[in-house]
Every structure is written in C-alpha cells, then in structure tokens.
Design a protein around this ligand. Structure first.
Ligand SMILES: *[C@@H]1O[C@H](CO)[C@@H](O)[C@H](O)[C@H]1NC(C)=O
Ligand SMILES: *[C@@H]1O[C@H](CO)[C@@H](O)[C@H](O)[C@H]1NC(C)=O
Length: 207
C-alpha cells in the first residue's frame, strides 16, 4: 500500500508544464477519466499509457494506477513546471484551484527541487519506485519508464465531501529551465473524477 502523496506526485508532479495555446487547452469531457499529450504528442516527454481504477476514485479507498512514459532527452535540473488545476463547479464551469503546499495550480521553478521536497534525497526511493527500480530523483535518463499496476491507498480527507467530490482537470507543462525561450519538454492534460464517501457530521447524532 502506498501513500496518497505518491499517487498525487505521479498524477500531478511527474507530468509537468508551460503556457499552452488557448485553443488546445481543454480536454473534452467524455468520461470520468481521460488524459492526453498536448498537440498530438510532439514533445520529447510523452505519456504512453496511464490507467486508473476505479473511476470515479473513491475517497477514502484504494486505487490501482499504471503508467508508462518516455523521454527522448536527458532530463536534468532545472526543469520548469507550470500546473493549472481546475475543478468543475457546475456543468462546463471550471474554477482554478490555488497552489497549496506545492499542490494545485503551481509554478515550479525547478521540478527536480520539488521532487526532492516530497522525496528527500539520500534515502532509498519509496515504494513503488524501489520495487520496480525506477529512479525518483533527477536526472532522468533518456528512455522509457514503466510503473506496473500499483495500488495506492487514499486516506480520508479533512475536507467536507461536497468540496472534494467532483471532476478535476490539470494542464501540465514542463520546460527547459535553462533556456530563455522555455523550450517545451512535455505537456499533458489529465481529467479525473473523485467521489468522497459521505461521513457523519461531527457534533450531530442520529438518536
Ligand atoms: C484498501 O486495501 C487495504 C488492503 O487490502 C484494506 O485493508 C483497506 O480496507 C482498503 N481500503 C478501503 C477504503 O477499501
Ligand atoms: C536545456 O537546454 C540546455 C541548453 O540548450 C541544454 O544543454 C540542456 O541539455 C537542456 N535540458 C533539457 C532537459 O533538455
């Protein structure tokens, strides 16, 4: 069982971003889960496959995630990341979420540093990286990285279910932090629906 922060890292942080063309911004809502590489996959970093089961994702609950990605370039610090995360507040109406504790709509000066914030360097990589021999820090060599189906446990949240349930989408752009022109390395769009189990309200009882 792995922690939810790792699941978030995989879903939110490993893929990363830069400003996109307005017309290519949105992922069409066709299901409770979808993803794509921007612009038909012209960047060196690509998601090849990404599966999440079940969707909607139950909170609390267990999700099984598998992912395969490739990079055609050696990825070393600094890698700039720009994430815009939105929540659907009414059909077709999206609200941009703030950046909170490095999660949400955040600009990361260097994604490598952000990874080090979540996974301190100098200790063995946490699961599932360890089991599958996946690197968990920069640099990442050119190549293909696969995470076989792995179960992550999502703990109860401290938010009211009405706030956390719903459909979220993220637009993630990763770019080369050393070039002035922000050469894009990867760009991804992911949408997913979460469903939080209702809980008894604190302070109220049924008898
Ligand atoms: C998640 O899986 C673990 C181990 O199989 C189990 O103990 C736990 O109850 C599951 N959590 C939920 C919310 O289903
Ligand atoms: C970023 O650009 C610099 C200068 O062109 C280059 O040396 C470096 O390899 C690039 N980094 C990545 C991750 O592409």
């Amino acid at each position: 069982m792995k922690s939810f922060s790792l699941a978030l890292l995989l879903l939110v942080c490993l893929p990363r971003l830069a400003p996109a063309r307005k017309d290519s911004w949105h992922l069409k809502k066709v299901s409770d889960f979808s993803w794509e590489n921007c612009d038909d996959g012209q960047d060196p970093m690509l998601i090849k496959s990404l599966t999440v089961k079940p969707v909607p994702v139950n909170i609390p609950g267990n999700i099984t995630v598998s992912m395969e990605g490739t990079t055609g370039v050696h990825l070393s610090s600094p890698i700039k990341g720009v994430v815009v995360m939105e929540k659907e507040v009414a059909p077709g109406i999206w609200f941009q979420l703030p950046c909170y504790k490095k999660i949400g709509s955040c600009i990361y000066k260097d994604v490598c540093e952000t990874i080090d914030y979540f996974i301190p360097p100098g200790v063995p990589c946490p699961e599932p990286f360890h089991t599958y021999g996946l690197p968990c820090h920069c640099p990442f060599k050119k190549g293909t990285y696969s995470l076989p189906k792995t179960v992550f446990q999502i703990p109860p949240l401290k938010l009211p279910p009405s706030l956390s349930s719903g459909t979220y989408r993220a637009h993630i752009v990763l770019s080369n932090g050393t070039t002035l022109r922000n050469t894009r390395l990867g760009c991804f769009k992911i949408m997913i629906t979460l469903k939080e189990a209702s809980r008894p309200m604190p302070g109220k009882s049924d008898h």
